[in-house]
Ligand binder design. Structure first.
Ligand code: PHE
Length: 412
């Protein structure tokens, strides 16, 4: 059964029937990797902060936020899929673990800050594999100008400076128009102003990406950056950015011109500006050559001792320990079949970081009985040591018994 309350960072919260935060997730909340000197997540954050020296830097806001703050305040519709209990972690019907750093936009703008960066741990329910983890770190950046001739002159001047800087650089940028019918400026914005702000966003980020990826590529070929039209409920126009690195296009961030509703709510209606949100693990895995996202949480000295303050170095992998695959197959009536994310949270709660990967191996609906058969294949592997058979069998039998208890399934 569920506990009567959850204690998170010294605060006690009542639970209810939508509470879905497991003990293994709760245990991650105090760790705050972005604040640990030498940790890759901290170093990357520091490098990005140093690229924006005149911005305010925030990094200690609580991950427990209201649903209102995470979604409604940012114009998310009431039926947005991110709100589902299978997608996000709920403390109770009113409070949740933030799913993105954008949840703090309104409060930071409300403080009167015009240029700021904010780093934080964010939480999303997800599958289990080498590049997904239910806790990760994002950095939000924003800049707002006064929405008048003076503010627009400031943006134009900054654009000229950044354009000159980028013209010298070894970078090829595939751009999209700042404003189009499918990626429109907002009704209250002069399209020319919107274009100036979008251009300032693009130039600021191109310059950051050049600083992060330019030197690392080291090669004769220029860095390639690609801008793509996107959609977010709280920005318009909106963009995603990809970087071509070691043969692949990598999605790096989401961004756009901040919706005026956000700035109105923050009590700064006479401003306009941009915001972006980037995932730190994604970028750190690339820059440090870290092969598995679980490594960021490792307390093994073979991992931690490799890193230096303020410097990105190439990770030297230590030996890989053997995998152990275990299947679990079960029958369930269709309407109560556990969601894949429910299954993954159950497995994580039993096995923690000893699980590397969970795959849905088989799925079918029996034509006569209409019952569903599901099979999941769990890959148990520690990053630090060999697992014994007994240990793996014990974890697997706990997975099986919890599956029976929590979801009433019939093991095949
Ligand atoms: N919060 C968005 C995400 O997590 C990214 C974003 C930030 C988009 C700011 C636009 C502006 O996907």
């Amino acid at each position: 059964g569920r506990p009567a309350h959850l204690d998170i960072l010294g605060q006690r919260y009542p639970t209810d029937n939508i509470t879905n935060i497991t003990p293994s997730i709760l245990a991650k909340v105090p760790l705050r990797l972005h604040t640990r000197p030498k940790h890759p997540i901290h170093t990357l954050r520091t490098i990005i902060e140093s690229h924006y020296p005149d911005f305010a830097h925030h990094s200690s806001l609580s991950p427990v936020v209201s649903l209102y703050k995470n979604f409604d305040e940012l114009s998310f519709p009431s039926d947005h899929p991110g709100r589902a209990v299978t997608e996000s972690y709920y403390v109770n019907k009113d409070m949740m673990l933030r799913t993105h750093t954008s949840a703090h936009e309104v409060e930071v703008f409300r403080c009167g800050e015009d240029k700021w960066l904010l780093t934080a741990d964010v939480y999303r329910r997800d599958e289990i594999d080498g590049s997904h983890y239910p806790v990760f770190h994002q950095m939000e950046g924003a800049r707002i100008f006064s929405a008048d001739a003076a503010g627009m002159a400031e943006a134009a001047e900054d654009n000229a400076r950044l354009r000159a800087h980028l013209a010298q650089a070894h970078v090829v940028i595939e751009d999209v128009p700042h404003v189009t019918p499918t990626n429109p400026s907002q009704p209250t914005h002069d399209p020319a102003h919107s274009a100036l702000v979008a251009e300032n966003l693009k130039l600021s980020l191109n310059s950051l990406l050049l600083a992060l990826f330019g030197p690392a590529t080291g090669a004769a070929a220029p860095l390639r950056v690609r801008w793509i039209e996107a959609y977010f409920p709280f920005t318009s126009p909106s963009f995603e950015v990809e970087v071509f690195f070691r043969g692949k296009w990598l999605e790096i961030l989401g961004s756009g011109v901040v919706r005026q509703a956000t700035l109105d709510t923050a009590n700064v209606p006479n401003k306009m500006g941009w915001a972006f949100g980037l995932g730190l693990e994604r970028i750190a895995m690339i820059l440090y050559s870290i092969p598995d996202i679980r490594l960021f949480w490792s307390t093994d000295e073979r991992f931690l001792s490799q890193f230096k303050e303020n410097e990105i170095t190439t990770f030297q992998p230590y030996s890989k320990y053997p995998s152990c695959f275990k299947d679990v197959s079960f029958w369930t009536s269709q309407c109560v079949a556990p969601h894949e994310n429910d299954f993954c949270d159950l497995v994580r709660d039993v096995a923690g970081d000893l699980v590397e990967d969970v795959q849905k191996a088989d799925f079918f609906v029996h034509p006569k009985t209409n019952r569903t058969s599901l099979c999941f294949r769990i890959n148990y592997r520690s990053m630090d040591r060999s697992l014994s058979n007994e240990e793996v069998n014990e974890m697997q039998s706990q997975v099986v018994s919890r599956l029976q208890q929590q979801f009433g399934v019939e093991i095949r």
